[in-house]
Design a protein around this ligand. Structure first.
Ligand code: CDV
Length: 310
């Protein structure tokens, strides 16, 4: 049996003035608990090193760039890498990445996959950036991901880790079926993702009561329809006055949730994931080679033609 014991390291709020060193210490505490609970792999949330800074409108480059990492590991994050290696744990970490690309500096919302020897195995840069570019004073808080981040340029990759095929996506990506499908077409067996999801959605407050339901719905459907484990990990609780959902969860290829966080604070959820359970779906209902018919999807769209007049 091929198994990965995975820990979802949910984080409670991170204050704007909390230092990187203090946050990294919180992550290290969770690594140690993960070791004690026999984990092989630990998944941290989106932007796990800082508060969720896109909630503020900023114009000064230095103020914005202070939330970004120009090297990984850097001075403050090296202790995390060292401790993970000492404990023999692989991990997935979300952070804001400053990248020099030729003559330009790019800003990405990034996740990395690091193996138990401390080697960088994979990198993903968030593709579906929600929110807006300009200051919208009518909102109780901003969501300026489109202002602060460039669209990810690495696609949805899949990497070999711990005997399985592991992929990554970040927060809003989890709501889009193509995110999982692109990885599903590469045979993914475990999708790792972190999120920062405010309970209140200013453009459509009527969705607020459904925030937890939509979180579960998107990830459970993605898991089942692509025969993969999904590990979704929140940064949650009331952060700088904004409530964010929790319910970090580990979902089986059946679509069933097998572990879920019960708090809105730092909490490790653990599941022993049988990767061969993916095969039970990949070789039957979701045997893509036998049953998918992408060549017909376009014909059907063409035949449907334009929408009838209203
Ligand atoms: N960090 C995010 O991507 N958050 C979005 C919110 C803005 C809806 C999400 O999809 O959870």
């Amino acid at each position: 049996m091929r198994t990965i014991t995975v820990g979802g390291a949910q984080l409670g709020p991170i204050a704007r003035d909390e230092s990187r060193a203090a946050v990294v210490m919180r992550l290290i505490v969770m690594l140690r608990e993960a070791r004690a609970r026999d984990c092989d792999l630990v998944v941290f949330p989106e932007l796990a090193l800082t508060t969720f800074f896109p909630r503020w409108f900023m114009t000064l480059p230095a103020e914005i760039d202070a939330f970004f990492e120009s090297e990984m590991p850097g001075r403050d994050t090296k202790p995390l890498f060292d401790e993970a290696r000492r404990l023999g744990l692989a991990f997935c970490l979300g952070y804001a990445e400053l990248a020099e690309e030729g003559a330009t500096t790019k800003h990405y919302n990034t996740s990395i996959l690091v193996d138990a020897a401390g080697r960088l195995v994979g990198k993903y840069r968030k593709i579906h950036l929600p929110g807006h570019v300009e200051h919208e004073p009518a909102r109780p808080f901003q969501h300026l991901e489109k202002r602060y981040f460039d669209v990810g340029n690495l696609g949805f990759g899949v990497w070999r880790l711990l005997g399985g095929l592991v992929g990554m996506c970040i927060c809003n990506d989890r709501r889009w079926p193509e995110t999982y499908r692109v990885m599903g077409l590469q045979g993914v067996e475990m999708v790792l993702l972190g999120y920062n999801t405010p309970v209140h959605h200013p453009p459509a407050p009527e969705h607020d009561l459904l925030a937890n339901f939509h979180n579960r719905l998107a990830m459970q459907a993605g898991a089942y329809q692509n025969a993969t484990w999904v590990v979704g990990v929140a940064k949650c609780g009331r952060e700088e006055g904004v409530d964010q959902i929790g319910q970090s969860q580990i979902i089986a290829p059946s679509g069933e949730t097998v572990a879920m966080a019960a708090t809105l604070g730092d909490e490790l959820i653990v599941a022993r994931c049988d990767l061969d359970l993916c095969r039970s779906y990949k070789t039957t209902v979701f045997d893509f080679a036998r049953h998918r018919r992408p060549e017909h999807y376009r014909l059907i769209v063409d035949r449907t033609g334009p929408l009838p007049p209203a």
